[in-house]
Ligand binder design. Structure first.
Ligand code: FAD
Length: 332
């Protein structure tokens, strides 16, 4: 799944077949409206099995959750009921809104809609998602979110890059897209968010995104455990137990902080995210160390988990998360 988009596609279609693609969808639109806790556990378990699948499916789950809060009833009716089983598939591309300075992706109001200009640096799911939710900044700092095509053939006003060569999760096919006077009609606009929305949203999500790191850490520990059983050496059994105990503590703290989203807990949640990232990296490295030279084989799970830990280290990164992660690395 990590290497071949067609193999990944089979698993992806499996999630669609089992109606697992819109887990946070409100009952009004077909449910199952699972709790935050269940959803995070699900994200962990998918990341434990395959980083590529976890990363790919979460783009659509995010789009679904965001569309459920749309201001456009017609879009909700058109999309939401069909998002659980993949009849409608939607990626996302709004991380550019995080970048400081002149906006990378701009929207300008025009007759009947908006004109889009600029660049979306990351959109995952090319060839999986026929459409995606783009975020583009208006001159007054607000951001327009609209559903736009993610075509595999040429379309006027947009230029999609080749899928990027990536160290991990390449099969999920991430592209960048350049826009020149691309028109998006009002009917495709899901909502307009106030200036600073993404910074506020990132603050809420600081710890939530850590579920992928936890799942990836579990994948590393699964490998350490297999090696410990196979080699039957005491220090590996002890290492597995120690890391597992730390993982349990880390997850317990995440659960404790989950319901509290306020300014006072920001520093705690940043420290949690940094811990999740660092612990994941240690578990992935323990998988490599315990697998010895075989970990270098391009088909060995230890090196895949090691590479996946790299993506989960930076996905949805903000300056504050970067700072907290780096500080943890230099602390004794
Ligand atoms: C493989 C891959 C696939 C991805 N797929 C998607 C996708 O499908 N959809 C999507 O929306 N995103 C996607 N992302 C984006 C991902 O969420 C970003 O990695 C994340 O937002 C960090 O942004 P960046 O990597 O572009 O780094 P940067 O732009 O460098 O941003 C990192 C942080 O640093 C801050 N920063 C940057 N420059 C400065 C500066 N000069 N001064 C102060 N602060 C600064 C930014 O505000 C940001 O908070 C993907 C990323 C990867 C690696």
């Amino acid at each position: 799944m990590d290497k071949d988009p067609e193999v990944l596609r089979i698993a992806f279609q499996g999630l669609c077949k089992h109606n697992l693609m819109a887990l946070r969808r409100p009952e009004k639109w077909g449910g199952p409206a699972v709790s935050e806790l269940v959803f995070r556990r699900y994200q962990e378990q998918i990341a434990r099995v395959s980083g590529a699948l976890a990363f790919l499916q979460t783009q659509h789950q995010s789009a679904g959750s965001m569309l459920a809060n749309s201001e456009n009833e017609a879009i909700m009716e058109e999309y939401l009921p069909k998002m659980g089983n993949g009849e409608k598939l939607v990626g996302i591309g709004f991380s550019q809104l995080r970048r400081p300075g002149p906006p990378l992706m701009r929207a300008e109001e025009t007759d009947g809609g908006y004109l889009l200009n600029g660049k979306v640096p990351w959109v995952t799911g090319y060839s999986f998602y026929p459409e995606y939710l783009i975020g583009a900044q208006l001159p007054d700092g607000r951001a327009v979110f609209a559903i736009v095509p993610l075509p595999t053939t040429e379309l006027a006003g947009m230029k999609v890059s080749e899928p990027m060569g990536l160290a991990a999760m390449e099969s999920a096919q991430t592209v960048s897209i350049d826009y020149e006077n691309f028109f998006v009609p009002h009917e495709k606009v899901a909502f307009v968010k106030p200036a600073g929305w993404i910074q506020n949203n990132d603050m809420i999500n600081i710890a939530l995104q850590g579920s992928f790191a936890m799942g990836c850490a579990m994948a590393g520990l699964d490998i350490v455990n297999t090696n410990a059983q196979k080699k039957n050496v005491d220090f590996l059994i002890k290492a597995h137990a120690a890391l597992q105990e730390e993982l349990n503590r880390c997850r317990a703290w995440a659960e404790e902080l989950r319901p509290q989203v306020n300014e006072e807990t920001t520093n705690e949640r940043l420290a949690l995210r940094a811990w999740q990232i660092e612990l994941m990296a240690r578990c992935a490295q323990a998988a490599v160390v315990s697998s010895s030279g075989a970990a270098n084989s391009s088909n060995h799970p230890a090196q895949r988990v090691f590479r996946e830990s790299m993506v989960f280290t930076v996905s949805a990164q903000t300056s504050a998360i970067m700072e907290a992660s780096i500080k943890r690395l230099i602390s004794e």
